[in-house]
Design a binder for this molecule. Structure first.
Ligand code: TRP
Length: 349
């Protein structure tokens, strides 16, 4: 007889780190999708503060950034009543499951993680153990809710693959115990990344080969969610381009990273495709395209900016959202942890 196929309830989980300013890359690469998925799925969105401290954070700045990301979630249209918005450190089960995963994941797997190599740089000996084990905590974030779908930017693809490897190894290492407890042939789902849309990788406005990043020394390289309309217009006007007019089709963008980036941003904001944008702007000079782009940016971002500014002063409200979300998240996470303890053979109350 076939073992019963476990049917996992579809559930979305994603996390954003509270470090520095949120920018257009965070918005188009992730948050827009978070908002969209609310229509079709049960969603859990987490401010991953425990991930942030894998590199040292000024305590007062960290507190501020946790509230700011929460405010951005709400301002962008995430509904914390219908779905769950919370910060990671308020649900201890994340760290607890991460320990179990530290014992499931292999050193060889973590050694392949390109983000660790990039962030640790040349001085690996001096990187925190947390930075190295970061992907295990990320797997725990997702799997403590047995989430099935994870909207992320392109750069998180490798970490998602590791989460799947961890889920699979746990399922197979403990297969007999999992089956004996009535969970069928798999306790954890293999979470799928959702990476779609014309702007999953928003690039720097100064260098089309580099990602838009909060750690770029030049503020001109990114559009922050807190920039005012004049700043946005100025940054777009100064954005690096080439001297040619816009091409007829996407093929014509292949060797033009800066043009490709701006067209991608336009398409994502207008909720259309690059092909459609080029149908409208084929043959146009950047002197014509840039003002259209900055108008669109201002139209889309200014309501968000205004709401973020309003929420910024209401820390009591923000903290109450996080507290309420944490309680609801923990109810799910605690159930998973109980089952994990039973499966692994730990004695519990
Ligand atoms: N590592 C992600 C990033 O840097 C943030 C993150 C932490 C995350 N835990 C997660 C994303 C779980 C998705 C799911 O962007």
């Amino acid at each position: 007889m076939d073992a019963p196929k476990p049917a996992f309830k579809e559930r979305v989980f994603s996390g954003v780190q509270p470090t520095g300013n949120l920018h257009l890359g965070n918005y188009l690469g992730a948050i827009v999708k978070f908002v969209e998925l609310q229509k079709t799925h049960e969603c859990i969105y987490c401010v991953v503060d425990l991930h942030a401290i894998t590199v040292w954070q000024e305590p007062a700045e960290l507190t501020k950034a946790i509230r700011e990301v929460t405010a951005a979630f709400i301002a962008c249209g995430i509904d914390p009543k219908k779905h769950i918005v919370f910060n990671q450190s308020q649900v201890a089960e994340h760290a607890e499951l991460a320990w179990v995963f530290n014992c499931v994941a292999r050193l060889g797997w973590l050694n392949r993680m390109t983000q660790f190599k990039e962030k640790a740089g040349k001085d690996r000996e001096n990187a925190s153990v947390g930075l190295y084990a970061y992907p295990n905590l990320m797997a725990a974030d997702i799997l403590v809710y047995r989430a099935t779908h994870v909207p992320v930017g392109e750069d998180q693809k490798q970490h998602l693959e590791l989460s799947r490897d961890i889920a699979q190894k746990f399922n197979s290492d403990y297969a007999a115990s999992i089956a004996a407890r009535g969970f069928g042939d798999a306790f954890f789902p293999l979470p799928e990344p959702l990476i779609q849309g014309p702007a999953t990788r928003v690039m720097s406005l100064r260098d089309g080969s580099k990602k838009m990043s909060k750690s770029d020394a030049s503020d001109q390289s990114r559009i922050n969610l807190t920039d005012d309309p004049d700043t946005i217009a100025l940054k777009v006007r100064r954005a690096k381009t080439d001297p040619d007019p816009l091409p007829q089709d996407e093929k014509g963008l292949e060797t033009r990273p800066e043009a490709d980036n701006l067209v991608g941003i336009y398409a994502a904001l207008a909720d259309t495709t690059k092909a459609d944008v080029l149908r409208e702007f084929a043959g146009a000079q950047f002197s014509a395209f840039k003002p259209a782009l900055s108008d669109l940016l201002v139209a889309k971002l200014s309501p968000i900016t205004a709401e973020m500014r309003r929420l910024k002063d209401d820390t009591a409200y923000i903290d109450s959202v996080l507290a309420d979300g944490s309680v609801r998240a923990q109810a799910i996470a605690a159930e998973t942890m109980k089952a994990v303890k039973d499966i692994v053979g730990l004695v519990r109350r």
